[in-house]
Ligand binder design. Structure first.
Ligand SMILES: C[S@@+](CC[C@H](N)C(=O)[O-])C[C@H]1O[C@@H](n2cnc3c(N)ncnc32)[C@H](O)[C@@H]1O
Length: 853
């Protein structure tokens, strides 16, 4: 009956439930591609995709796992290093350092092995650790499931043995391996593709067959799925099998080994790469790390972050400067704007702007505005911003350069770190440190320069009330307060005077250096304050002292002949503004004048108390907690001209040199031997330290009536002393000389000799109080004198003076070019001394007069 109509061909009649249709599964909902186009993937495509996804996932997982392992390894290495160096080392002054976490113990297990430093990880790190652990677990599971094949057994076991070889392999090599890996991946893909193509062909053949068999689509799909399932299982197995022996995994594993071994050497760099910046930065950082090996990982990270922050700040600052520079001219504010600034921020900005202008005045100044106008504006703004009075700010602006000034002012707003001095009479530093650490104190040695200083970063207990404190094992003392005593370098069995000693911090340090031997005279003009000295000496176990209450200026009339004298002079306290902010506003010209006059008088008296012929000493240390030149260099320069003394090095290996020039003043060049300490450069209170050596016990006489320094009267006995070496010869000579002459040379009258009377007193006291109690007696101007009578002593002094005068006159006639003129100046030549002083200082006007002016 002819051919079937075509439409009948298109409509495929469903067959009844046959073998295939029974097996048929429920139809799957086709996936929708990202672009919304529905695409039905063939089974082979699905397989390929699955394979690729698995491989990609594997590679990613492995890389993550490797990175995490590297991190862990690095951390462990660092911790091992840190734990090795946990023993605190003396280093340069550590007070600037951020307080290190004093929790070394959790890092170390009892067996000494380094524990996993969980406590130092951030939460994200913990997470990543967990991830690592998981991935490790996965991989181990994978390995277990895979078992040891001939291919992988070679690298699975002898990892550690392979390390050296792998250490040799560079990172590039591992990169190459990665590349190879990728190539292999591609190859695999290609292979897969090939097989897939075949499979596709097979599939197509089936379809054709089905078409031929006129089977419906569902049947086809069912068959495909059936075969897919079977093939998929097969291919998965294959692929697993392949993976087990595949170079990809092998290389991946090898790579991980090589990376690990590389890490052992290259340490932080990889981790750093992950976290921060470029390789060069990392290199610099790793160098830093080497130098900061004793830092904990968390500190290192903090340091890195800080560095980054600093870098950013620097960039911002540069940008700001550029902006400022690119601005035409800083518009000088109107008077109203100056008087009534909007806010402190406005003032701060103006300070910056004005400093920028002053740093490049020629280019940046506004026409018609003088430098002094800018300076005045700056001073005013600084006063407003930092709450100083105009007078003191001006003084500070004279002392510091602009950049230093800002830093000084900033540092003076912040308290210095709390420091303690271990009392070596009663305790050792390590014991005190340990005891305090046990009490929850976070501390460190203060620095290489002191064996008794500790810096306290934080404490869970009040440092001034611990049992160790009460037992006198340590005293709370600023770092800079230790310097004058170190410069004085007291020796055992000496006779030492601390002319202004209250509350006794430095005096007790002296006693400790003397090991409680000899005699220490701790004087202070303030009676109430001397009580504090008594209290401190009792607590600290000082038993070699006599506590006196005299005006220091009068002490030479009472007692002389000391081996060493400390004059920690009363001052304006401009170096300790952070401790006493009232200094900012309550100091004026009169205070400074009063202070420096007193300082000069005290210094001359202190020199007069010294015995130039002391076999061990003849040294004086002058110190203040002021940064003003009027109270420091100027006072010393004055003493250099008034007494036979010279400056010697302080023995302190840090600190800034003292001024030899200050504005229009020219001081003796040896003033560079004095030392200045600043809060912004040394992180300690502002301090000044000078060490003088007395060359002669004779007080030089100014011949000219106008006060100009002239010829100096000398006696014969000083000739031996001119080179400041106290030879045995000179001592023998001294003994032979007449008593009166000897008195004058030794600077003490028979009546005023402290040796006999005072030593007896101290011994008596010691006997009375027992060995462990302080042998301190407060002797004041109302008390009976140490010597039988001040009047007698005064008589003795005046007689001595007259005799010396006569003798000096005779000597002068004999030798006009006497040697004293050499010894007078620290440089060895007196001429140099007078020449070095500027005309207004050296010609009649004393610095004091100048100051008053
Ligand atoms: C800077 S404090 C001394 C601090 C002490 N050296 C210490 O380390 O603990 C200055 C001391 O000088 C004392 N003083 C002031 N005028 C004095 C004078 N004319 N003679 C002696 N001492 C004086 C003050 O009473 C004050 O205690």
């Amino acid at each position: 009956m002819g051919r079937k109509a075509k439409f009948a061909e298109e409509v495929v009649q469903k067959k009844g439930p046959g073998r295939k249709s029974r097996k048929q599964k429920d139809p799957e909902i086709p996936k929708v591609e990202g672009n919304g186009v529905t695409k039905r993937l063939s089974s082979n495509q699905k397989k390929r995709m699955k394979k690729r996804a698995m491989k990609v996932q594997e590679v990613v997982d492995k890389k993550n796992a490797q990175a995490e392992k590297r991190k862990l390894l690095n951390l462990k290495i660092k911790e091992q290093q840190a734990s090795k160096k946990m023993e605190p080392k003396d280093g340069a002054l550590k007070v600037l350092k951020a307080p290190p976490s004093k929790a070394p113990k959790p890092l170390q297990a009892s067996n000494g092995k380094v524990k996993k430093p969980v406590q130092y990880h951030s939460s994200s790190e913990d997470e990543s650790d967990e991830e690592t652990a998981e991935s490790d677990q996965d991989s181990s599971e994978e390995e277990n499931s895979k078992g040891f094949t001939d291919d992988n057994s070679s690298w699975l076991k002898p990892v550690s043995k392979k390390l050296p070889a792998k250490i040799l392999s560079s990172k590039d090599e591992s990169d190459e391996e990665e590349e190879e890996e990728e190539e292999d991946d591609d190859d695999d893909d290609d292979d897969d593709d090939g097989s897939d193509e075949l499979e596709e062909e097979e599939g197509d053949g089936e379809e054709l067959e089905e078409e031929e068999e006129e089977e419906d689509d569902d049947d086809d799909m069912g068959e495909e799925e059936e075969s897919d399932g079977g093939e998929e299982e097969e291919s998965e197995d294959d692929s697993e099998g392949n993976e087990n022996s595949s170079p990809v995994l092998k290389k991946g594993k090898k790579e991980s080994v090589s990376v690990q071994s590389l890490d052992m050497d290259s340490d932080d760099s990889d981790e750093d790469n992950d976290d921060y910046g470029s390789d060069s930065e990392e290199a610099a950082e790793s160098k830093d790390d080497e130098s900061d090996e004793d830092m904990l990982p968390i500190e290192k990270k903090a340091k890195k972050l800080k560095k980054k922050q600093e870098k950013d700040d620097k960039l911002a600052e540069e940008e700001l400067q550029l902006n400022i520079a690119s601005q035409d001219v800083f518009a000088f504010p109107t008077e109203e704007e100056i008087k009534k600034p909007k806010d402190l921020q406005d003032v701060q900005q103006r300070i910056k702007d004005v400093i920028t202008v002053l740093n490049d005045y020629k280019r940046l100044h506004q026409d018609g505005r003088s430098r002094s106008e800018y300076t005045d504006l700056l001073r005013q703004d600084l006063c407003t911003y930092y709450s100083y009075n105009d007078f003191l700010m001006e003084k500070l602006m004279q002392v510091f350069q602009l950049s230093d000034l800002l830093e000084f002012l900033e540092a003076s707003e912040v308290q210095r770190p709390l420091t303690i001095r271990v009392n070596s009479l009663k305790a050792r530093r390590k014991d005190v440190a340990q005891a305090l650490i046990n009490r929850g104190v976070n501390l460190d040695p203060l620095g290489k320069w002191t064996k008794v200083g500790l810096v306290v970063y934080s404490s869970q207990v009040p440092i001034g009330a611990t049992p160790e404190y009460l037992a006198g094992h340590y005293i709370i003392q600023g770092a800079s307060s230790m310097l004058p005593v170190m410069a004085l370098a007291p020796k055992e069995n000496e006779r030492i005077l601390d002319m202004a000693s209250a509350p006794g911090g430095k005096a007790s340090h002296i006693a400790a250096a003397m090991k409680n031997t000899g005699v220490l005279f701790a004087n202070d003009a303030n009676k109430d304050r001397t009580k504090a000295v008594v209290g401190n000496f009792h607590r600290l176990g000082v038993v070699n002292s006599v506590i006196t209450c005299y005006d220091g200026r009068k002490i030479p009339n009472v007692i002389q002949g000391f081996d060493r004298v400390l004059l920690d002079a009363p001052c304006t306290g401009t170096g300790v503004v952070s401790k006493d902010p009232s200094v900012k506003t309550n100091k004026d010209e009169t205070d400074i004048q009063r202070c420096c006059t007193l300082q000069r008088e005290l210094l001359l008296a202190a020199i007069d108390c010294l015995n130039a012929r002391s076999s061990s000493g003849g040294y004086l240390v002058y110190s203040t907690c002021s940064v003003l030149v009027e109270e420091n260099e100027w006072v010393i320069d004055y003493a250099l001209k008034k007494r036979a003394v010279r400056l010697v090095p302080t023995g302190l290996d840090f600190g800034t040199e003292g001024f030899t020039k200050f504005r229009h003043l020219r001081f003796h060049p040896s003033l560079n031997l004095t030392r200045r300490f600043y809060p912004h450069t040394h992180n300690m209170d502002g301090f000044f330290v000078a060490k003088l050596q007395k060359l002669s016990n004779t007080i030089p006489k100014t011949l000219s009536s106008d006060g100009t320094e002239g010829e100096v009267s000398v006696d014969n006995s000083d000739e031996e002393n001119n080179d400041s070496k106290k030879s045995e010869k000179s001592k023998k000579k001294d003994k032979k000389k007449k008593p009166a002459q000897q008195e004058s040379q030794n600077g003490k009258s028979p009546n005023s000799s402290p040796t006999k009377n005072d030593n007896k007193k101290v011994k008596k006291e010691k006997k009375k109080n027992g060995k462990n109690t302080t042998s301190s007696t407060i002797i004041n101007e109302q008390s009976p004198s140490l010597s039988p009578g001040v009047d007698k002593q005064k008589q003795g002094v005046s007689v001595t003076k007259q005799k010396t005068k006569l003798k000096n006159k005779a000597k002068k006639v004999k030798s006009p070019g006497n040697k004293m003129s050499k010894s007078q100046s620290p440089g060895g030549k007196k001429k140099r001394n007078s020449n070095s002083v500027s005309s207004d200082v050296s010609t009649g006007k004393s610095p004091n007069k100048k100051l008053r002016k």
